[in-house]
Design a protein around this ligand. Sequence first.
Ligand code: HEC
Length: 135
Amino acid sequence: MRNLYLAAATAALLAAPHLAMAQEVEGDPEAGQRVFNQCRACHQVGENARNLVGPVLNDLFGRESASVEDYNYSQAMQDYDVTWTHETFRTYIKDPRGEVPGTKMVFAGIKNDEQITDLIAYLEQFDDDSDDAAQ
Ligand code: HEC
């Protein structure tokens, strides 16, 4: 038992530098890509993305909610009426069904702020007209 404890403590120490790196204020797009795995069943991004169960998420930031052409939004989503910014996205993705009662996005949400920051950094890579896209 004692040895197990020591092993766990050592592992935690070895992992610590990585944890510290993950605390950056700017999101990590690679970590965000892993978070996006939770969305992939329903959403695509990128060049050949098409609508699946949910709409394509290219060019998300700066556009109106429920504005992907050829996608059949629920009435609830059409009535939501926000511009997608980091802030509105953060609020929405924490609790999609609480934020938009009646939405057909059946997803519990992401509660972890850091994961959301990473997810935003990932999605921004598919944002043609975002201010910081051209790096
Ligand atoms: C089970 C399927 C499913 C999953 C998983 C899912 N979504 Fe959705 N999403 C939808 C559907 C369906 C809609 C359309 C909602 C409506 O019309 O009510 C939607 C809508 C959205 C919208 C609004 C898009 C717009 O055009 O205004 C965003 C943003 C979004 N999802 C992000 C995400 C992200 C990010 C994840 C992963 C963390 C995710 N979704 C996971 C199905 C899903």
